[in-house]
Design a protein. Sequence first.
Length: 441
Amino acid sequence: MAGFNWRDFATGALEQASVEMDTRKAEAKAYKQRQLDAANRNASLIQTRQARAQQAAAYGKQAMQIMKNVPDARNIVMTAMASGMGSVKELYEKLNRAAQMPGQNGMLSEYDVDAIISMPTIPGVDENSVGMSLQEFAERTYGAKLDKPAAKTKEAGLVASLFGFDDMNQAKRELEAEDFGSGMTIAEINALAQRSEYQSLIPGATMTFRDLDKFGFDEKRGFTAAIVDAQDSALKANEITLKSLDPEDRIAYRQQVRRDAAEREIRLQVERYKNSGIFEDDYALDQIEDTMGAEFLDKLLLEYGATTQEKLDAAKREAEAELEGGTATGTVEDGAEDEVETVTLPVEGAVEPRPVDTVDPLELNPAPSDAVDDWDSKYEGKYDPITGAPIVVPKRPAKSETRDEQKITGRIRKVSLYNEWNKKYGKTHNPETGLPLPVEE
């Protein structure tokens, strides 16, 4: 029996070890290449997430600026980020829309914010998020940053390294060290890609948004009806008191009851629609002014910050100067004039005016009479009562033509020249020619 050949055994063992070392080296090299290829594929995904996080942080900062006077502004923004992917954008859009309403000056109070968003409670921010910047909070929320650095791969011992047992770990350490761009390593990019694109950092966070009450056509009609109803209800409630007063005192008391009721209802409606454009609506402002007077309207506009005292004073001075000077605040196109123009030139096809020698009943007998009524029913507004000449007016303007009218409060409103012509001359004149309509004798 031959003895054990240690040399052959050692040679065989070394050859086997060499093969295994080559295998481990090849596996480590292949692993590194796969990770590098994966990083190339994942890079665009991570860039998309980073852009989304950056946008979310920008929306959050803008929302916080609008809520500058709200104590929990930062927590509100973080709650919005944690309650859904698009919630922080919706939060900003809702807040910004309300902040741009007249009187808000780009800012919202705590009460304004409460009217727009609904949160059962403002959850406490996780202790890991305390002191975190809004940018970092957004990056972690939208899958653009790891919650914590990955554990580093340790080195194997000297003997293990000699036999290739550390080759795979060496590849991992290289992946953990090599910067792949955007300040992240290949290992970090691939680790992020395995995460979901969104995670809530505040468990249980919920946020819903309330739509502001619109102030449209139906709401305008309701605004007027609400004022009238409030006045009627107040009068009924004070009916016994009214009956007990003397007739002279009853009128004044009745007016005061109506005024107080109207003011309460107007303030209630304004508070409801203050962020919905009520201070930009001419119909609503005219209704308030007609009901309560210009002084009350000015007071309300100042109270809600829809104007300033300087602007009001300047507008009133300008309006009063124009009224005293008799100058119009706008121009009327196509030669339209406010006064009725009288002419004596005959017009072909027009109804002949009264004969010159006919006695003018308005001149000889100014008191009401059947003759005056008869003449008025036929010719009033169409023919001059003194000369009998036809009254010719400008042709009716197009529907699109308007002029500016400045009220004593300083507000500018558009007046339709088409409607204005219809009110003045619609019953007496031909809109195409400006001549009197035919008279039935």
